[in-house]
Design a binder for this molecule. Structure first.
Ligand SMILES: [Zn+2]
Length: 283
């Protein structure tokens, strides 16, 4: 949300005791907040220094405790606020090691995506516009962070929206990053669609642990929503693959029958084609 002057007026919403979410303007990315007795965890830092600073200011309206951050994955809207947060007392930023590597390798190439919202970040000039990769890494085993009175668990369930999505469990709330999307189609550009279905299946198997799922964008959802997203994706991948197998058929004919809008249907098709080519090249 922004007011008439373009100021970020988004509010925190409590999804469980000590667990909050705030939807940033522009890309509509959800930033999570878990408030312990001793420390506070910020989940995803925003699309640049302006958004990162707005998130920090909103956190400081609630608490003066020391801050730690997490990046769920290496897409610009989720981590371009890292530098401004690090400059304002966020000592540790956690992510998977592959996420940190992707930020280092591809961060600069993502700058143009935020031009409309964060001109300085897009240009790479001005305060806190450097690409800052996380330094605390989750690699294999889950990591528990004790925040005092509540602990969070950082874990990776397999490839999906990217090859490095990190999930954050806090109480009975699971922050899913863009593995789950509410109000829009899933984004397939850097995805591994077949494995994404499997990863969503693993997520639904956690139903004894988590009952509220906070997607990367959109409203918090239930386990049923996650299962529905999985089933829809399974259908979409099956339809697309069978179109790919029928070499004589124009594959784009599959687009209207996919359960997504034209943009993400095309993205899914392109991605499956690219992955099939990689597989073929490796043989
Ligand atoms: Zn993403």
């Amino acid at each position: 949300m922004t007011d008439a002057a373009g100021q970020d007026t988004a509010m925190w919403r409590e999804v469980a005791p000590r667990v909050l979410v705030r939807t940033n303007p522009g890309f509509g990315m959800n930033t999570g907040l878990v408030i312990g007795d001793e420390r506070v965890l910020i989940i995803d830092t925003g699309a640049g220094p302006r958004q990162g600073a707005a998130i920090l200011a909103a956190v400081r309206e609630l608490t003066d405790l020391p801050l730690t951050a997490v990046n769920t994955h290496a897409h610009y809207d989720h981590y371009f606020g890292n530098a401004v947060m690090a400059a304002h007392g966020v000592a540790d930023i956690w992510a998977t090691s592959r996420c940190a590597a992707a930020i280092t390798e591809r961060g600069d190439s993502q700058r143009p995506a935020v031009a409309a919202l964060e001109a300085e970040m897009a240009a790479g000039t001005g305060g806190h516009t450097e690409i800052l990769a996380p330094t605390r890494l989750v690699d294999g085993a889950p990591v528990d962070l004790d925040l005092g009175g509540i602990s969070v668990t950082l874990f990776h369930l397999g490839r999906g929206h990217t090859d490095h999505d990190l999930l954050v469990g806090a109480g009975d709330v699971l922050f899913t990053g863009d593995l789950v999307e509410q109000g829009a189609d899933p984004s397939f550009e850097d995805s591994f669609p077949k494995e994404w279905i499997r990863t969503l299946g693993k997520m639904t198997a956690l139903e004894d642990l988590y009952s509220v799922f906070v997607p990367g964008h959109g409203e918090p959802v239930s386990m049923d929503f996650v299962a529905t997203q999985m089933n829809k994706m399974r259908t979409a991948v099956a339809v697309t693959r069978s179109a790919m197998d029928q070499a004589s058929v124009d594959m784009t004919k599959a687009i209207p029958i996919l359960p997504y809008g034209p943009e993400q249907s095309r993205a899914l098709l392109m991605r499956l084609r690219t992955l099939a080519r990689w597989k073929w090249l490796k043989q």
